[in-house]
Design a protein around this ligand. Structure first.
Ligand code: CDP
Ligand code: MG
Length: 750
C-alpha cells in the first residue's frame, strides 16, 4: 500500500475511529460529573448501570450482582500465580525446552529468525543463553556486547529490569538499557536492551557494529521504521563484520519474509503453549467504545470467575479517565464486592508504576490492566483471562491532506485483533470481548498492519541515512520500500529545512542536524538558536515539549487549577508559557510544594529537567555557544519559525484557521493560552486529530519571518495594500511541478 491508500475502507469502524478521543473527552466530562454527584450520596448504585437515584430496581440489581459474584467465586482458587524461585520460573517458559537447539543454531548461523508466541521467553531468555554459553566471547577471550532492540522504551526498561533480577545483578551493570535521554549502562554491561532508534543512531558512528557480538532485532513483526532500517543496516554490517550475528524475532508467522531477506536463513519455531480463547463479538456496532469497555470490565468483575482483565485503549488520556471512572465505580460498590486493582500502562508512565503490573494479584482480588497496544506483544502480563478489545489504536500517520504526520485513532488490523485475543489464553482458557461486530472484523479490518515506513514521514530516517553516507535511496535494501512519493515528501522537507542541497546531498547544517536524536525541525530549531542567541530558552522549550503533560486539573479543584495556570500564560503563546512554567519552577527551588500549589506535574518537570541536561550536553559536546536572550522574546519566536515554518496557519475571517502550506482547516485547542484571542498568524508544534484537527502548542508569529527564514518554502506575495502581508507557499499547488523539476536532478539523491 502507498500513502494514499493506507486509510481504511469506509464503514462503522472508520466512523467510530474518527470520533474516538473526542468521545473520550465527552465521556470523561459527563461520567465524572455523574459519578461525582452519585458519590455525594454514598448509598447510590453505580450510575453507569443506569439508575442514578436509589430505586428499588437498582438495589435489586446491585444485590443480584453481588450474589452472582459470590456464587462464581465458590469454586475458584486464588493465589495460583505463586512466585516460584526465579530460576525455576525461567525453566517453566516454553523456550526453555528449545535451549540447546537455539544455542546450536545461533552458534552455526550468522542470521537466524526465531518465531514464538508472546510470553514464550524470547526477549528475556535468548540473550541469557548466549551469555551463559559464552557465544559473545571472541577467540582472544574478549567479551563483546549482546544487544537487543525493542520498538518501545517501556519494554526496553522493564525487560532489562527483569533480566537483571534473573541474573542477580544491579540494573545498569551486567544488564543495562539505553533509551533516548536515558542511558542506564556501564562499562561492565554485557546484555544491553535498547530502543531500535538508539541502535540506529549508533550505526551513524559505528556502521560495522564492532562492539557487538550478537544483535537481536526483537519484535520485528511490529515493523517500526527504525527496525526496518536496521534490517538493511545490519545486513550490511554483517557482510563487513563476519563476527557479528543477527537474530530476528517475531511473534507472528510472517517469518518467511524475514528469512528471505537475510539470505534464506533458518527459522526456529518455539512451540506455543496457549489455551483456547472464546471470542465474543457485539451484535451491533458500539458507538461509544470507551463506555462499552468499562461496562464490560464491571460485568466481568461482578459475574465471571477469577482471572485478571486486560483492556486495550488508545492513549494516555483514555486510560487515565477510565482508571478514574473505574475507581469511582468501585468506591460506590464499597466493601460488598471483591477488590479490583486498577493499573494503567502506557509509555509515559514512570517505571515505578510500570513494575506494579507484573506483581501477582493477591488472593481474593482481581486486577484490571488498561493498556495501549504496548500490551499487544511488547509486554506480557501473567494471569490475564479476559481481554477487552474495542478495536482501535492510535498511530502516527502521514496525512496527505495536511502534508504532514498526524496522530489519529485507526481501526486495528485482523492480525492485531488476533494478537490481542491471544493475550487471554496464556494462563488458562480465556475470553476475548471484541467490542465490534463479526462483520466489522471480516469486512472492515485489513489483514495486516501497514509497516510504519510506508505510512509516516521519513525525513528523520532519510537524514540519518544521508549522514551515514547512504545517498542512493533507490537501491537501499528496504524489506518493503517506501513509495517514491513518501521519499519525495521527506526529501522536500529536508530541502526546505536547508538540510539537503539542490542535488540531494547533505549540507553542513544537515550534518549538524543529524547529531540530534529528534525530528529534523526540532534539531534545526536547536541549532538555529545559537545564531539567534537564545539557546538557553530554546533548550528549555524543547525539553518541555518532550514531556507529555505539564498541567493537571483535579476534578475537585478545576477552577482553581485553571486560575493558577492562567498566571503562567504568555500573551504570545504556549511555547513561552512553557518557558514561564520552567523558569518559575527553578526560581522556586524546583520545589514539590510549588508544583502542588500550581497544579503542575512534578514528575514531568523533573523529566524535562533531565531531558534539558542531556540536550545541553549534546550542544556542549559539539561546541555550540549557549546564550540567553533575556527579555528579547522575539528571538525565540524567530528561532521557532526557522524550524517549524511548515506548521503555520492564518486566521481567515469567518472561517477559522487554515494552514499556510495546504490550506487545510485547523483549530486552536481550548487548552491553548491563545484560545479566544485568535491572533492572525500562528505557528504550532504538532497536530492532533479528533473530530477536528487541533493545533497543539501554538505561538503568535509575524508573517515576514516566514519568507525571511524559510525562503525555500515561502516567498513574499503582492499584498492588497501595503500594510497587509501576503505569504505564498512555494510548494502549494505546484508540488508536482516541483517534483518533476527536481526529481530528475535530485533523482532521490543519487
Ligand atoms: O519475548 P516474549 O514475549 O517471548 O517473552 P518474555 O518477554 O521473555 O517474557 C517471558 C516471561 O518473563 C513472561 O511470561 C513473564 O512471566 C516474565 N517477565 C516478567 O516477569 N517481567 C517482565 N518485565 C518481562 C517478563
Ligand atoms: Mg518479547
Amino acid at each position: 500500500p502507498t500513502l494514499e491508500n493506507v486509510s481504511q475502507p469506509a464503514g462503522s469502524l472508520k466512523k467510530i475511529a474518527e470520533k474516538g478521543s473526542e468521545l473520550a473527552k465527552e465521556f470523561r466530562q459527563e461520567k465524572l460529573k455523574e459519578t461525582k454527584e452519585a458519590t455525594k450520596d454514598q448509598d447510590v448504585f453505580d450510575p453507569l448501570f443506569q439508575e442514578v437515584s436509589e430505586s428499588d430496581e437498582s438495589t435489586n440489581k446491585r444485590e443480584t450482582f453481588i450474589s452472582q459474584w459470590k456464587k462464581s467465586q465458590k469454586n475458584v482458587k486464588y493465589g495460583k500465580i505463586t512466585s516460584l524461585p526465579i530460576q525455576k520460573q525461567r525453566q517453566q517458559l516454553p523456550i526453555y525446552s528449545m535451549r540447546s537447539e537455539l544455542v546450536e543454531q545461533i552458534q552455526n548461523n550468522q542470521f537466524l529468525v526465531i518465531v514464538g508466541e508472546t510470553g514464550s521467553g524470547k526477549t528475556t531468555q535468548i540473550v541469557q543463553y548466549i551469555k551463559e554459553e559464552e557465544i559473545n566471547k571472541t577467540l582472544d577471550g574478549k567479551t563483546k556486547i549482546i544487544g537487543c532492540t525493542q520498538p518501545r522504551r517501556v519494554a526496553a526498561q522493564s525487560v532489562a529490569k527483569r533480566v537483571s533480577e534473573e541474573i542477580g545483578c544491579k540494573l545498569g551493570e551486567e544488564v543495562g538499557y539505553t533509551v533516548r535521554f536515558d542511558d542506564n549502562t556501564s562499562s561492565s554491561t554485557v546484555i544491553k536492551y535498547m530502543t531500535d532508534g538508539m541502535l540506529q543512531r549508533e550505526a551513524l558512528n559505528d556502521p560495522s557494529m564492532s562492539k557487538y557480538s550478537v544483535i537481536m532485532l526483537d519484535e520485528a513483526h511490529e515493523r517500526t521504521i527504525a527496525t526496518d532500517v536496521l534490517f538493511a543496516l545490519l545486513k550490511k554490517a554483517a557482510a563487513k563484520n563476519p563476527d557479528l550475528k543477527v537474530i530476528v524475532t517475531s511473534a507472528t508467522l510472517d517469518s518467511g519474509k524475514f528469512s528471505a531477506f537475510f539470505n534464506n536463513c533458518p527459522i526456529v519455531k518455539i512451540p506455543g503453549r496457549t489455551y483456547p480463547v472464546e471470542i465474543l463479538y457485539t451484535k451491533e456496532p458500539e458507538t461509544d467504545y470507551l463506555a462499552a469497555a468499562l461496562d464490560s470490565v464491571m460485568q466481568i468483575h461482578l459475574s465471571e470467575p477469577a482471572g485478571d482483565i486486560l483492556v486495550f485503549l488508545t492513549g494516555q488520556e483514555e486510560i487515565d479517565t477510565s482508571c478514574e471512572v473505574l475507581f469511582q465505580r468501585m468506591k460506590i460498590l464499597g466493601d460488598s464486592v471483591p477488590e479490583l486493582i486498577i493499573l494503567p500502562v502506557y509509555s509515559a508512565l514512570p517505571s515505578e508504576v510500570q513494575s506494579k503490573i507484573f506483581e501477582p494479584t493477591p488472593a481474593g482480588s482481581r486486577k484490571v490492566v488498561l493498556a495501549t497496544n504496548i500490551a499487544e506483544t511488547s509486554i506480557t502480563i501473567d494471569g490475564i483471562y479476559y481481554v477487552i478489545d474495542p478495536g482501535f489504536v492510535k498511530i502516527n500517520a502521514y496525512d496527505p491532506k495536511l502534508g504532514m504526520d498526524s496522530l489519529t485513532i485507526h481501526p486495528i488490523s485482523q492480525a492485531q485483533a488476533n494478537q490481542r485475543s491471544g493475550r487471554a489464553g496464556r494462563t488458562g482458557p480465556g475470553k476475548c470481548y471484541r467490542l465490534y461486530t463479526e462483520q466489522a472484523y471480516n469486512k472492515e479490518m485489513i489483514a495486516n498492519t501497514v509497516p510504519e515506513i510506508q505510512r509516516t514521514n521519513l525525513s528523520h530516517t532519510i537524514l540519518m541515512l544521508k549522514a551515514m553516507g547512504i545517498n542512493d535511496l533507490l537501491t537501499f535494501e528496504f524489506m518493503d520500500p517506501p513509495s517514491n512519493n513518501t521519499m519525495l515528501v521527506a526529501l522536500q522537507d529536508l530541502y526546505t529545512l536547508d538540510a539537503l542541497d539542490e542535488e540531494g546531498y547533505l549540507t553542513q547544517l544537515g550534518k549538524k542536524m543529524a547529531d540530534f536524536p529528534m525530528e529534523p525541525a526540532l534539531a534545526k530549531t536547536l541549532i538555529k538558536s545559537v545564531e539567534f542567541e537564545c539557546t538557553e530558552e530554546i533548550l528549555t522549550i524543547v525539553a518541555m515539549l518532550s514531556v507529555q503533560t505539564i498541567f493537571y486539573r483535579p476534578k475537585e479543584h478545576q477552577k482553581l487549577a485553571d486560575q493558577r495556570k492562567l498566571r503562567f500564560h504568555h500573551p504570545l503563546g504556549d511555547h513561552l508559557t512553557l518557558l514561564n512554567v520552567f523558569q518559575s519552577w527553578q526560581l522556586n527551588g524546583c520545589s514539590k510544594v510549588w508544583c502542588q500549589d500550581n497544579f503542575i506535574q512534578e514528575r514531568s518537570m523533573k523529566r524535562a529537567m533531565d531531558v534539558r541536561k542531556q540536550l545541553k550536553s549534546i550542544m556542549t559536546k559539539y561546541g555550540y555557544r549557549l546564550t540567553s536572550c533575556g527579555s528579547n522574546i522575539d528571538l525565540i519566536r524567530k528561532t521557532l519559525c526557522a524550524g517549524y515554518f511548515k506548521n503555520t496557519s492564518k486566521r481567515i475571517a469567518n472561517e477559522g484557521y487554515k494552514t499556510l502550506a495546504e490550506e487545510t482547516a485547523v483549530h486552536l485547542h481550548p487548552s491553548s493560552c491563545l484560545f479566544g484571542k485568535n491572533p492572525e498568524y500562528v505557528l504550532f508544534h504538532s497536530l492532533l486529530l479528533t473530530t477536528r484537527e487541533y493545533m497543539h502548542c501554538v505561538t503568535v508569529i509575524e508573517p515576514k519571518w516566514l519568507y525571511e527564514l524559510a525562503p525555500k518554502f515561502f516567498r513574499q506575495g503582492e499584498g492588497e495594500n501595503k500594510k497587509q502581508e501576503k505569504i505564498v507557499p512555494l510548494f502549494k499547488g505546484n508540488k508536482d511541478e516541483w517534483r518533476l523539476s527536481t526529481q530528475k536532478k535530485r533523482n532521490l539523491g543519487r
